[in-house]
Design a protein around this ligand. Structure first.
Ligand SMILES: *[C@@H]1O[C@H](CO)[C@@H](O)[C@H](O)[C@H]1NC(C)=O
Ligand SMILES: *[C@@H]1O[C@H](CO)[C@@H](O)[C@H](O)[C@H]1NC(C)=O
Ligand SMILES: *[C@@H]1O[C@H](CO)[C@@H](O)[C@H](O)[C@H]1NC(C)=O
Length: 413
């Protein structure tokens, strides 16, 4: 009897976690904050201020430059869009910077096959001091966002207390559900509580949020990327199991295309975020991005790995004395993504290893495709020694899959 009961309990938990059915694979899109911050000076800087025009121009780029078709469908507003509350207490966008309002922007995004995300803050003010969504406003604001046909809400936590957050995040999840309009829910809650149990209850988060910010905001530098990566790796035993279809850990936006990362570092962030099954929210100027950076972000095999239907977050599996680390994400059809990452700062390093050393045990023969160069590495038995050359602060990334001899033999006849 006991054996029969357990799977049912597992099933119930699973159904609860699915709630709105959204984001069965980690979301992809564009989010304004890291690159454009709270620039509201449209007089001095009309091309880059937080305005309807900025979002419409990014929407055009997402639709016309191949992004949308690869899966980058979310166009997300962050802080600094709010003007005030009207006489009924409803949120209103700043009328000078968003003269047609958010509903118009949502319609525009939808007309291009995109989704619109918006931002609010569960507290007296948003982080930048605009009107907040206090507990008594949660239901009202959820209704406003649904009326505007917004597709996603990021709910920040500045100017709130731990108790208000403990009440407010589940309250918003219920309020969004009650609107009847599917709205993905991004919760900044754990980042305000230190990101770890027992203060943070990841079971509860997975029930009410589609993604959550666990840790510090990313800044435009490699040291920021490393500090976030270090934290996610240190606590991977806690964080890795709580991610899955419909509920994801969020180490914050991609910096690719901005000022702080070298080419190698940009490739590393993309590869590591992909292996961690992290949301891929770009935050860069898509009007001026270079072909090289587009190549990193638009790599089809990278995106196929990122969107793998199993939705399993990867882990660091090896940490060598040579400052080489290996990350692995299990994928469907017995495939894996492997990231060989160098923390060295001297010169390209020749790392020799074998699948056996990386804990592979199957008797299959494997083949790999280098995700960034396209090179095929064949005839890998688990004991085969191979060498990858990894640049300083760089990665080599493999898509590794077993080869079935029977199929091959048939193909040859
Ligand atoms: C929010 O505003 C109320 C009313 O002014 C105040 O009592 C409370 O301390 C504020 N909360 C925070 C977290 O700043
Ligand atoms: C609300 O929640 C129920 C049950 O969890 C779910 O079936 C439904 O799809 C949700 N609706 C929306 C709009 O999220
Ligand atoms: C965490 O939340 C879940 C779901 O709401 C609940 O069943 C569980 O008791 C909570 N765990 C702790 C340690 O509070």
């Amino acid at each position: 009897m006991l054996l029969k009961t357990v799977p049912i309990l597992v099933l119930v938990t699973h159904v609860l976690a699915l709630k709105n059915g959204l984001m069965q694979t980690p979301p992809m899109g564009w989010l304004a904050w890291e690159r454009f911050r709270c620039n509201i000076d449209c007089k001095e800087d009309p091309k880059n201020c937080i305005s309807e025009q900025l979002f419409m121009e990014m929407a055009d780029r997402l639709a016309e430059d191949g992004w949308r078709d690869l899966g980058y469908t979310y166009l997300n507003i962050d802080d600094c869009w709010i003007g005030e509350r009207d006489e009924r207490g409803n949120l209103v966008a700043d009328p000078r910077r968003f003269p047609n309002g958010i509903a118009h922007l949502a319609d525009y995004a939808h007309s291009l096959g995109l989704k619109l995300g918006i931002y609010a803050d569960l507290g007296n003010f948003t982080c930048m001091g605009f009107p907040g969504t206090t507990l008594d406003r949660v239901v009202q604001d959820a209704k406003t966002f649904a009326k505007w046909k917004v597709d996603m809400l990021k709910l920040d936590g500045c100017y709130s207390t731990p108790l208000e957050r403990a009440v407010g995040y589940p309250k918003m999840a219920a309020a969004l559900n009650a609107t009847g309009h599917p709205i993905a829910f991004s919760c900044s809650w754990p980042a305000y509580e230190g990101g770890l149990p027992p203060t943070v209850n990841y079971t509860l988060l997975a029930d009410i949020c589609n993604l959550w910010r666990n840790y510090d905001d990313i800044q435009d530098s490699w040291s920021s990327v490393l500090s976030i990566l270090d934290w996610f790796v240190e606590y991977q035993d806690i964080l890795q199991p709580v991610a899955g279809p419909g509920h994801w850990n969020d180490p914050d936006m991609l910096l690719v295309g901005n000022f702080g990362l070298s080419f190698e570092e940009a490739q590393s962030q993309m590869a590591l975020w992909t292996v961690l099954a992290a949301p891929l929210f770009m935050s860069t100027d898509l009007r001026t991005i270079s072909a090289k950076d587009m190549g990193i972000l638009q790599n089809p095999l990278m995106i196929k790995i990122h969107q793998d239907p199993l939705g399993i977050q990867g882990r660091r599996i090896v940490k060598e004395k040579s400052q080489i680390e290996v990350f692995l994400r299990p994928l469907s059809q017995k495939a894996s993504a492997l990231v060989f990452f160098s923390r060295r700062t001297d010169m390209p390093y020749h790392y020799s290893t074998s699948l056996k050393w990386l804990n592979f045990t199957s008797a299959s023969v494997y083949e790999a495709q280098n995700v960034y160069t396209g090179e095929i590495i064949s005839d890998l038995h688990i004991k085969t020694k191979f060498t990858v050359t990894i640049n300083p602060s760089g990665v080599v990334m493999w898509y590794l899959y077993p080869i079935h001899y029977e199929t091959e033999a048939m193909d040859r006849t």
